[in-house]
Structure formats: structure tokens, C-alpha cells
Design a protein around this ligand. Structure first.
Ligand code: PLP
Length: 375
């Protein structure tokens, strides 16, 4: 059996080595390292794939969130609501910009922002909502947009884990994850579903004025060279990463399918085990399985984690500490009773190996090892 990897980047690279190497070589030959032709080409390809008017490439997914918030003109003291159960990048940029993060609980089945908790958290100072499409499926965007509309709030979709997912509205229309709110952000970190070979990120919007503002913010606040109209940052997708991404974007749907197949194998194997809850797929979003995350409900999650490691099966706890309990983000306003789901998830979740290269032999070994242990 091949050694099992949480994320198998070398295995994936093998299949595209020739094309990707050639495109990187082209950048080296041209020496157009910054804002070279590949950046524009990838931008256009991604606009087409997402069916969105504007893609603004940037240096990473954390910058994308920060730039989106800067572009929307959020200012000190504005409250921004986001999920308690996610990676810290979202809350980090809110705090960095001296906005006020307001964390809310998530749903026990989808791990995404709980709409009732969102409604409860709104105050006259609330200016924006940041739903995070966690582990690869969209938050309940139709409900989020309804809340945003009722209170005149901006919506920034953190799509770092769900690029390629499709959202279906009640009227049957579909949109790509990240193109529903005022602005969407993503990351091309190597292990993401569309990963480059270093850092990268992008911002999406259908709003022409916002797109114009964002293009200046990423470029030192310049709209005319050496005239700085707003405070900006330096955040670029470099040409080598754009070359990698242009090669990989046409494969994104097949990558998502490969992940979905592995997820289906896992879920079928665990279906009848009462100590294991498999991922729930909501009826309004496809799931692109950035992570495949189980809940172990018999109190043996930590033992399972160790048992799998002992059997050379990598696995991870995403996330071990809720954001509201992180030292950097504690706040006297928070009440533990408002985070019952997150507080439970941190003790039950475990993410299994998930990548585009898993084969049946590996999947059988992983599921057998888990089922033997959990009983
Ligand atoms: C990875 C990730 C980010 C940050 O992306 P970077 O490119 O690493 O800065 C932000 N939000 C979520 C939900 C992520 O998973």
C-alpha cells in the first residue's frame, strides 16, 4: 500500500508535472515575475469559471479577507460577525483592522454559521457578516443574504475551503461559492482544493466600483502610479504561482470529484455505526470536501486520533480550540452558553486523510482501522 498522506501534493504534481513545469519555465524565461501575463490570464480564467465579473488576485487568503474589509470601508468599532468554529484568519484580520469581531455559534450538522445565532448577534453597530464555507460546503447563503438585506450589512464570503462548490437557491438558480455576497475571498495555499506552490489568494466581486477600489488597495492604494488615494497594502499573486494556477484551474472540478468519491467511500463505510456521525450535506450546496470531518460521539475521539497515528494514518483535529476561547480573541462579552455547539465539536471532530490521490486500498485500510477501534 502507498503511504497514506493527509494531503498528497507530490502525488498530484506527478500527473501534471510536464505542463506545470513548462509554464513555470516560461515565467523564468520571460522574467516577468511580477504581474506577468499569467496573472492576467489566470484572473480571466477564474472570472469565467466562477461566472463573476471581477477577480482580484492577491498574495494569500488572509490578505484577501483584509483587503475585502478595507475595500468595503469598514472602520474602527464596526462590528463584524463571523463563525466561532473556523481557522483564525477571519477573526485575525477583523481585529487587525480594529473592527470588533463578534463570534457566533455554528450548526451541529454542517459546521457552518448558525442563522439564529447570527440574527441574535446583530446590533446597531453591525456592519458586515463573514460566513465561512467550512470544510467545503456553503453556509446557508440565502438566509445570510436575507439577514444582510434586512439590516443593510455587507457580506464577505470566506471561500478558502470551498472554491468550486455550487450553491442552489430556492428558485433553482445556482451560483459558485464566493460569488453570492458583496465580495468573496479565497486562498490558494498548497493544500487548498485549488492550491499553488507557495502562497496565493484572490477576491471576487460583481460590483464594479468595489472591484476598482480593491484593485487600488492591493497596490499601495494607487489608482495612478505614485498617487496614493487610500491607504493600501502590497499584496500580489506572483507570476509563477499564477502559472501553476492557470494549469490547475481546468482540473479543479475533477479534483473536487476525486475528493467527493473518497468522501462517499468513507460515508458508506461508517453509515451504520452509531458512534460515528458522517458529514451532512445540505440541500442547497454541493460539498467539495476540503476536509472530511467525522464526529466521534462515544467520547473516544482523542484515543482514535492516537490509534490512527499508531497505524500510520495521518489525521487532524480541525479545530481544537474555539476562536472565542483563544487567548488573542477572548472578550468579556462572550457567554459560554452561546457557543454550545462549538464547545461540543472541539471534543468530537476528527478529519481524515482527504486528497485527490487516495486509492481504494488506502480507503479500505483507513475505514477498517477506524471501525475496528470504534466498535
Ligand atoms: C486557509 C484559510 C484562510 C487563509 O488563507 P491563507 O492563504 O493561508 O492566508 C482563511 N480562511 C480559511 C477558512 C482558511 O481555511
Amino acid at each position: 500500500m502507498k503511504k497514506i498522506q493527509m494531503v498528497d501534493l507530490p502525488g498530484q504534481y506527478k500527473h501534471i508535472k510536464e505542463t506545470v513545469d513548462a509554464s513555470i519555465q516560461e515565467v523564468l524565461n520571460s522574467a516577468a515575475y511580477i504581474n506577468g501575463p499569467y496573472v492576467k490570464e489566470f484572473q480571466a480564467d477564474l472570472e469565467k469559471y466562477l461566472d463573476v465579473k471581477h477577480v482580484i488576485p492577491c498574495a494569500n487568503g488572509t490578505d484577501a479577507l483584509q483587503i475585502a474589509m478595507m475595500g468595503l470601508g469598514l472602520t474602527q468599532g464596526d462590528e463584524v460577525i463571523t463563525a466561532d468554529f473556523t481557522f483564525a484568519a477571519t477573526v485575525e484580520v477583523i481585529a487587525l483592522l480594529k473592527l470588533t469581531p463578534v463570534l457566533v455559534d455554528v450548526e451541529a450538522d454542517t459546521f457552518n454559521m448558525d442563522i439564529e445565532a447570527l440574527k441574535k448577534a446583530i446590533t446597531p453597530k453591525t456592519k458586515a457578516i463573514v460566513p465561512v464555507h467550512l470544510f467545503g460546503q456553503c453556509a446557508n447563503m440565502e438566509a445570510v443574504m436575507d439577514v444582510a438585506k434586512a439590516h443593510n450589512l455587507h457580506v464577505i464570503e470566506d471561500t478558502a475551503q470551498a472554491i468550486g462548490a455550487d450553491y442552489t437557491f430556492k428558485d433553482g438558480t445556482t451560483k459558485k461559492a464566493g460569488t453570492i455576497g458583496n465580495v468573496g475571498t479565497t486562498s490558494f495555499f498548497p493544500s487548498k482544493n485549488l492550491g499553488c506552490y507557495g502562497d496565493g489568494g484572490a477576491i471576487f466581486t460583481n460590483d464594479d466600483d468595489l472591484a476598482h477600489t480593491l484593485r487600488g488597495v492591493v497596490n499601495h492604494g494607487m489608482y495612478r502610479r505614485y498617487y496614493h488615494d487610500v491607504v493600501g497594502v502590497n499584496s500580489r499573486l506572483d507570476s509563477i504561482q499564477a502559472a501553476v494556477l492557470k494549469t490547475k484551474l481546468p482540473l479543479l472540478d475533477s479534483y473536487c470529484d476525486a475528493r467527493r468519491k473518497a468522501a462517499e467511500f468513507y460515508s458508506a463505510a461508517f453509515a451504520s455505526n452509531s458512534n460515528i456521525s458522517t458529514p451532512v450535506i445540505s440541500n442547497f450546496s454541493t460539498h467539495v470536501f476540503h476536509q472530511y470531518t467525522l464526529q466521534i460521539t462515544n467520547g473516544k475521539r482523542d484515543e482514535l486520533h492516537q490509534h490512527l497515528l499508531d497505524n500510520n494514518i495521518p489525521n487532524a483535529i480541525y479545530y481544537p480550540v474555539p476562536l472565542h476561547a483563544q487567548k488573542a480573541y477572548t472578550d468579556a462579552r462572550y457567554n459560554e452558553d452561546d457557543f454550545t455547539v462549538t464547545n461540543q465539536l472541539i471534543d468530537t471532530v476528527i478529519s481524515l486523510p482527504m486528497n485527490t490521490e487516495l486509492d481504494i486500498e488506502q480507503l479500505e485500510f483507513i475505514t477498517k482501522t477506524i471501525l475496528e477501534f470504534v466498535g
